[in-house]
Design a binder for this molecule. Sequence first.
Ligand SMILES: Nc1ncnc2c1ncn2[C@@H]1O[C@H](COP(=O)(O)OP(=O)(O)O)[C@@H](O)[C@H]1O
Ligand SMILES: [Mg+2]
Length: 332
Amino acid sequence: MRSIITQNLSRVYKSPVEKTGLARSAKGLFRKEFKYINAVTDMSFCAEHGDKIGILGLNGAGKSTLIKMLCGIIAPTSGSVVVGGYTPFQKKNDFLRLVSLVAGNKSQLNPDLSAWDNFRFLKSIYRVPERQFSETARKLTLLLECANLIDKQIRRLSFGERIKMEIVAALIHRPKFLFLDEPTIGLDVRSQESIRKILSDYCAEGDAVLFVTSHNLSDIVDLCNRILVIDGGTLRYDGGLAAFCAHYNTTSEINIEVENCTPRIREIVAGTGIVDCDFTGNMIRIQVEKTFITTVFRELIQKLSNDINKIQIIEPRTEDLLKELLIKGKVK
Ligand SMILES: Nc1ncnc2c1ncn2[C@@H]1O[C@H](COP(=O)(O)OP(=O)(O)O)[C@@H](O)[C@H]1O
Ligand SMILES: [Mg+2]
């Protein structure tokens, strides 16, 4: 059974146009003007249990809007979305029991209560059995190294400490659909690692569907097996992360260290089937089309055998590849 189905899902925001100058001072005299922002346009995709989906896109691409529609915070303007058999925006109790949202920039916890009281409150709303509750809360707070803070009022926690509590709170009722909007924003490297570990263990234990947006591309690479790439509210790519990289990563790099980078060496390098190259000191970095990598590598070894100290093929890290593709907007 498909767990999530969206069809032509769209969201348009209506927002007042800010007046400037004279019009601003006399704004009561003028009729209010509005502009319409197409934040998400005609998105159709499905997700199955076990899918771990990273949503990628630059600022303003529509990632948060999409997540908000999937978990029922806002309604679509047109099109449809079904999650676990429910229409999210109807916010039926049985639906709310299935989902959790962690948004780095918006707390789901009551700031006046301690983390522990928040957890107990969620336990009673979601009717979580006592044993499951104490196991989850204790295990996760220990793993996130925040067990000593559970009696502290949420408003007195640091930003990173609060996010950790948000993650624990989100998992207390073992949701089948977990939505994370920038979950590791502002966290130190160790906290990021432990949050990723907890989330990937959680997904491996059950068959939850996970959606993550993050500027920290390591979150996506570590947690996700599938990505949705969004640009200007439109879905540009929906598929496996590995397939995405294979499709868009068309070049590899050969790094050569030579004793002395003479004009003869430069000429030989330029004469092979390269895309681009960079000479810095005694290092040569050569970009080659993936399909020609073996041929070029052999040719360089043959022609430069007496000059080479070291030669290696460098595969780009998936994070770097994703970053480059996003920055250069290559996904079309
Ligand atoms: N409540 C809102 N009212 C008006 N415009 C909004 C609102 N929320 C988001 N937008 C606009 O919708 C677009 C998508 O925003 P968002 O979904 O937050 O993008 P992302 O999460 O990818 O940065 C942006 O142009 C943003 O300015
Ligand atoms: Mg956002």
